[in-house]
Design a protein around this ligand. Structure first.
Ligand code: PEP
Ligand code: MG
Length: 547
């Protein structure tokens, strides 16, 4: 663990303070862990000066092109130095910066009389509007363009590129918001992230969790702290305390280190204190996400393999992708393609919908394109045969018993060993017993189940209280599924984000859930949380939560 710098005295960073009166800020904790150290704020985006007449249009055109190329090259370099998700995100952003349409629009701006910086700004604005108008997943990508815009404009103006500070010592990064490129490129010096904006499903939150970096989002006031101010960050509670002393920071870091060591030392299957088994499974999007520690894969989100594809993946390509996972994990629950809303699959060529979350998504795609499911089921069965893995298959967005029965018949006809469905729609939870008469297991997707139970868009940053999986209404639906499972003697797991929450894990176990499937980084803390309670205690926690 590298050393923290001393708290600056009166000659330190302006306004820097430590060891004085502590100030408490509150945000939303999105990635667990305790960190402490001096805060450093991210450089602000460049401000455009008033436009001036252009004297040398050719030079401005060349400068605009050079700026775009410099941004793309910088991102490519960072992608080469990164791995996994981070490398993919940086590569995708480099491609966005290198988009010839952006360059043409900037050239048009110069022809219209703008200097390079203003022409780039105008090009990005138009591009952003066009992408935002497409809606859904692509609209979210519009925010990525802002980061590219800031970098390109800064280059053209000859001012420092906005980006991560590099003070030469460990620090807590404060930012208004973080772009995917910034989050993906974080170096080992960053102890924790605190942002003024953002929500629990933002890229910042997902990538921070993936790296095990404590993170707090939606924390107003953090950008008012002077650089160098000592803060402690609790990524579980969302509490940020500013103005602590160097010694307090060192002690907090030490506590965190001991806690991580203790958790890392835990291993083995999920058990309550009195030995009741609750399987700990992994949520993955590809073989690259696999980590040691779980008892298998509880949710293989196959659509993540094909999100950017213009052409349908072939049978052989699918067999290879599934076999890459099956060869490494003997027990895998594969979810058939869950396309729609936030995860459109362009190769399906589905028309835009007015209300996509309530439209043709998940299993419903089969109503219009039945071949897609047949090919996927064949590929899963073939990959399982080749590897000898125990592949279970489940469908997303099932709402009725008939849908469950039809899916089960299709999968069984192709030789799939165990067939289940996800419970993401309240209708399915209410009829869990009937649906379980048709299938071998249920997996509760609490992310969508809360969205549909509370009629609250799961991406909406202002509705996170409604989407909280600890809401009794949601827990009642989970309980209905678990009770149906118990009566039928069939497994009922949870694979939404709730399963990775150590505060909820004992509650879910108490409701009768038989497995919890989560981001790999959550496994040790959930294992620990289960081991702290007997099954009786879990049941009384569940009863309290339900009431
Ligand atoms: C869910 O909805 O809880 C789930 C696990 O599926 P996804 O998050 O991929 O929609
Ligand atoms: Mg879902």
């Amino acid at each position: 663990m590298p050393d923290l710098p001393p708290v600056p005295g009166p000659s330190g960073a302006p306004g820097a303070r430590g060891g004085g009166t502590a100030v408490r800020l509150t945000g939303r904790g999105v990635s667990r862990g305790l960190a402490a150290g001096p805060v450093m704020r991210m450089a602000a985006p460049p401000v455009l000066p008033a436009p001036r007449p252009v004297r040398d249009a050719a030079a401005e055109t060349a400068l605009a092109a050079e700026a775009l190329e410099a941004v793309a090259a910088g991102l490519r370099d960072r992608a080469a130095a990164a791995t996994g998700d981070a490398a993919e995100i940086l590569d995708a952003l480099a491609m966005m910066a290198g988009d010839p349409m952006l360059r043409e629009e900037a050239e048009q701006g110069v022809r219209d009389g703008l200097g390079a910086a203003h022409a780039l700004d105008a090009a990005f604005t138009r591009h952003r509007e066009a992408i935002a108008a497409l809606g859904g997943y692509l609209a979210e990508r519009a925010a990525d363009l802002d980061d590219l815009r800031h970098r390109a404009v800064a280059f053209a103006l000859g001012v420092p590129m906005p980006g991560l500070p590099s003070p030469g010592h460990p620090y807590v990064l404060a930012a208004e918001d973080l772009s995917p490129a910034d989050t993906a490129g974080l170096g080992p010096d960053v102890l924790a992230l605190v942002t003024e904006k953002g929500g629990p499903t933002s890229h910042t939150a997902i990538l921070a969790r993936g790296r095990g970096l404590p993170a707090v989002v939606a924390c107003p006031g953090v950008m008012d702290l002077a650089d160098g101010t000592y803060v402690s960050v609790d990524g579980a509670t969302g509490e940020v305390t500013a103005g602590i002393s160097h010694e307090e920071a060192v002690r907090a870091r030490e506590r965190d280190r001991r806690e991580r060591e203790r958790l890392a030392a835990s291993s083995g299957p999920g058990r309550t204190a009195d030995g009741h088994p609750v399987k700990l499974l992994l949520n993955i999007g590809s073989a690259a996400d696999l980590r040691p520690g779980g008892e298998g894969v509880g949710l293989f989100r196959t659509e993540f393999l094909f999100l950017d594809r213009g052409l349908a993946p072939s049978f052989d390509e699918q067999v290879a992708a599934y076999a890459a996972v099956f060869a490494r994990v003997p027990h895998v629950v594969v979810r058939t393609l869950d396309a729609g809303t936030d995860k459109p699959l362009p190769f399906l060529g589905l028309p835009p919908e007015h209300n996509p979350a309530l439209g043709i998504r998940g299993l419903r795609v089969d109503r219009v394109l039945p071949d897609v499911l047949d090919t996927q089921l064949d590929a899963i069965a073939e990959a399982a045969r080749r590897t000898g893995a125990e592949a279970w298959v489940m469908a997303p967005m099932v709402a009725t018993r008939d849908e469950a029965a039809a899916f089960a018949a299709r999968a069984r006809a192709r030789g799939v060993a165990r067939v289940g469905v996800m419970v993401e729609v309240p209708a399915a939870a209410l009829l869990a017993d009937r649906i379980l008469a048709e299938v071998d297991f249920l997996s509760v997707g609490t992310n969508d189940l809360s969205q549909y139970t509370f009629a609250a868009d799961r991406q909406h940053p202002a509705l996170t209280d409604l989407l909280d999986p600890a809401q009794p209404a949601l827990l009642r639906l989970v309980a209905a599924c678990a009770e149906a499972g118990l009566a039928a003697g069939k497994p009922v797991g949870v694979c939404g984000e709730a399963a990775g929450d150590p505060a909820l894990a004992p509650v879910l176990a108490g409701l009768g859930v038989t497995s919890l499937s989560m981001a790999p980084v959550c496994v040790p803390v959930v294992r620990d949380a289960l081991a702290r309670h007997t099954l009786g205690e879990c049941r009384s926690l569940a009863a309290t939560a339900l009431s």
